[in-house]
Structure formats: C-alpha cells, structure tokens
Design a protein around this ligand. Sequence first.
Ligand code: TEU
Ligand code: CA
Length: 552
Amino acid sequence: DNEARWWKEAVVYQVYPRSFQDTNGDGMGDLPGLISRLDHIQALGATVVWLCPHYDTPDIDNGYDIRDYRKVNPDLGTMADFERLVSELYQRGMRLIVDLVVNHTSDEHEWFRQSRSSRNNPYRDFYIWRDGRDGGPPNNYPSFFGGSAWQLDAPTGQYYLHYFARKQPDLNWENPKVRQHVYDIMRFWLDKGVSGFRMDVIPYISKPDEMPDLSPEALILPEYAYANGPHVHDYLQEMNREVLAGHNLLTVGEAGGVTFEQTPLYVGSDRHELDMIFHFDLAHLGRVDWKMQPWTIPQLKSMVIQEDQSGGPHGWSATFLENHDHPRSVSRYGDDRPQGRIQSAKALAVLLLMRRGTPYIYQGEEIGMTNIPFSSIADFEDINAHGIWKTTVESGAMDATEVLPDLRRTSRDNARTPMQWDASENGGFTTGKPWFRVNPNHTEINVAHQKHDPQSVLTFYRHLIALRANHRTLIYGAFQDVDPSHPAVFAFTRTDQNERFLILINLTGEPQNYVLPMTARITDVLLTSTSNPQSPLPAELPAWHAGIYRIE
Ligand code: TEU
Ligand code: CA
C-alpha cells in the first residue's frame, strides 16, 4: 500500500535501556542515560525510538515480566524522567513508541497474586487455569524457555499456563475485563505522549479453544500452534476501535508464528488491526531454535522477497536484521573477523535500509557491534540460555560440547552487551560495574572512533538514512529482485513513476564478476561501500561491495 503515512517514512531506533547508557554508576543503563544520548540517535537520522520495557518488574526476563504497568522501573528512573524523555524527543521532532507486553504479566502482578489466591477470587479468570491430567500437566505444551508451559500452583491445586517463564503467567484475553484493563494501560501511556506500541508476541493472546497435545512435529516450533488463535483478530480490531483509531500511531506486532500467507489479516489497512508486523523467517534462516544449520544466499533473498510481498496490496512491512533477541547481524550474516567486519556491516546496512518497509535499527548495529565470546554457561545471563542448558546438558540428553558452540552463535545475550560509546573502561557505558560484561572489542568498535571517520560504519549508516529520506522512491517504490538465483549477489530495483534505482550487494567475502541479467544504463552512482566499482556494469564487485545506482 503506497498511501503516505509518517510511520512508513520513519527510521526506528530500538533501545534496550539497561544496556544503553548508565548515569548513576549502578551499572544499569537508565532513562537519563538515554536522554543524554539522543543526539547520537538524532544525528544518525532515526526519527522514532522504540523503548524496550521500562515498567516495574522483578526482572527475570529483563523487564518482559511486568509487575506494574503504570510504574517506571526504578532501576531505569522515574516517571519524571520518562516525561522528560518524551519532551526531549518532541523537541527534536522525534517520537517514542513503547513496548506493550500483554500476552503475560509477572507472577508478582497484583492480578496474579489475587488470581492464584483462591478458585473463586474475582481475578481467577484473568489467567488460564486448568486441572491436571493423570497427575501431570493438562497437556504437553512446552514453554519457550524450557520445560512445560504449565505450572502447578499449590494453593488451589490447578495449573496455570505460561508460554514463557514460570514467572510470566499468560493472561486470559477471553475475559473482557482483561481486555479493558489492557486498553486502559494503553490510554495511560498515550496520555503521556507516546506515539505507538511495539506489541510483544501479540499473535499468542488468543488461546486455542481446545488444548489437545501438540504433535511431535508441532513441538519443534510451538509458535505456530500458539499464534493466530481463534479470536486474535477480534481482539486486535476491538483494541483498534477502543484505543488506537484516530490517534495516528505506529503499531508493530512481534509476530513469530504468523506465516507470510496470514500476514494481510494483521496488517491490511482495510482490516484496522496493526500497521506492520515483525516476521522471524529471516532471523530463523538456517537455525532451529538454538541450533545452527547451513543456509544459502538465495534462501536469504527468498525470505526478503516473500516478506516484502507478504502484506498484500494493503499491507506494509517492518524490516530488521537485529533486535535484543538475536545475535549481531555482522556475526550472523556477515563476517565479524577483521578482514570482513566493516565491509560486511555496510553491506547489511544497505540490505536493511534500501528494502521497502519501515527499518528498525538495534542499538550498536549502526557501529557494527559483534557477538561476544562465551567460554562457559556461566558467562550467559539470559533466562533462555539457561533454560536451553537445563533441557539439553543438565538433563543428560546432550554433551556440553555439542550445545555450547551453537548457543554461542545464537544466544540472545549477544545483543545485550552494553553499548560501546568509546574506548575507555566499560566502553563509556558506566563508571560502575556493568550489569553484563562489555564486549572486549569496545576498544576498537565504538561510537567515538567512528563519529568523525568518513569510512566508518556509522558514517555510512548516516549517508544511507539521509539518502532514503531524500528519495521517496527508496521508501515507497516497488521492490523487485532482478536476479533471485544468483548465489552471491543481491541485485534489486526500487521503482516508481519518477525514478528507478538499482541496488547491488555482494553478500560474500569473495569478489564477484557480476553481469546484470537486465539492460540498464547507470546514470548516477549515489553511494557505494567500497571505492570500486563506480560504473559501468558488468564489473568485478569487491568483497561485500554494496552500491546504490540510478538507472534508466
Ligand atoms: O520475544 C518472543 C520471542 O522472541 C520468541 O519466543 C518467539 O515468539 C519465538 O522465537 C518464535 O519465533 C518477546 C521478547 O522480545 C523477548 O525478549 C521476551 O523474552 C519474550 O517475548 C517474552 O516476553
Ligand atoms: Ca543506572
């Protein structure tokens, strides 16, 4: 859908606040720290900040377990800090979206404390309670963090459902009171001046009517069983009518388990649900859960193309290569060794920012931050990594040496190391002891080094974002892969009535002698990541070369 909307023209910058900037020396990033770094985000050219959960939390899943939706996490700051963040962004012509985590709450949320206290408590039906089966859980549903998705609760002898950790009980959206409470929470933050929401695992809010055991195949990727429940679209349409309509917001659903075919149901502008969703097909390329498998560049391109088409005639896409749940893109799709790091980070930047769809940049991606070394399970912070360890190694099912190499490559912890601002101790993140260790390569990869370096990854990001902002074709223009089966090069065009661009990306560390399978005359070279070639084609594309060309 090419109708102009501010959120289609936005470039979103995702902030994981605990790892961004600490100001009071407690080793935990905070809202004053984020405010102090808004100049960096603005200079990059991003127009929207997505703030990961900033709510009161017992913090077993880094804030994705909310105890009080109306209170700011004291480790991050105060409500006054939050209000200042909103106004500082407004003064810069920027906007804020916040994380809405309403598939589940913390077990320390007041609703759950009431709910578990007795079978006839008025809040009982706010969560999903079932009797056990043959002395065990009601069915074989697995939790994403390992073990059963059911937890027996002694006071009432029933099991509650938790798709994530035991301390993250799932809300019962069938209860209209639950939905009204959620809408009230949303209105509360809209009144504070937020411009939209990133909705955590939103396709899971409607649970299957019956809950039979999952088949062995379904157990491998349970998100497909958990997503798209029978009432999910009724709930999203209701939420839209009750809260979102008329506010001109940006809404993006995190949508693991939603297939490309199902996408128009969520994002069609005729549906009045969400503006866009995050797919995980590209993020899951060549991996099943934490295990890595071989993958190819044509497969990667096919994911990008399918994702671009998936919204249908009335939809729009959200595009990303990184977030707080995935390894760093340079390490994942590029080459994080010295010979390839900078060039591959630039190639990936072109892939992210020259596609059609609203791009989401994750903190540190703009300087090419990489995965970190882990030597043992003790180095991991993430509840997910420890869950995997428990079910594989501690259970005796696998040997540590079989699990550790892939866990290192896929762990969410890779993205959660503190932001690398400069070469000083702790990368300028904190003067205290950081909550999670700083990547030792901060002495080399950091904002201070790259800020004024014309060849840096950061400078390249700025140029790319500016280019996008200056050419509507690069935002709204049709996307076409002109050489889908090429084993190394991603060649695509962006076209509208006025202009046509060719984007060439060598996604390998080998030079490619490239012949374009179409007739096109290059009339202008807008930006290239390596100094050669400027034009014309055919030409040898250097390792990781990426370029944007105007063509006729
Ligand atoms: O993540 C959900 C998530 O990434 C997966 O469980 C996903 O559903 C699965 O991989 C299927 O594709 C969100 C947050 O981003 C994450 O940090 C939280 O831990 C989680 O929800 C629970 O709130
Ligand atoms: Ca702090």
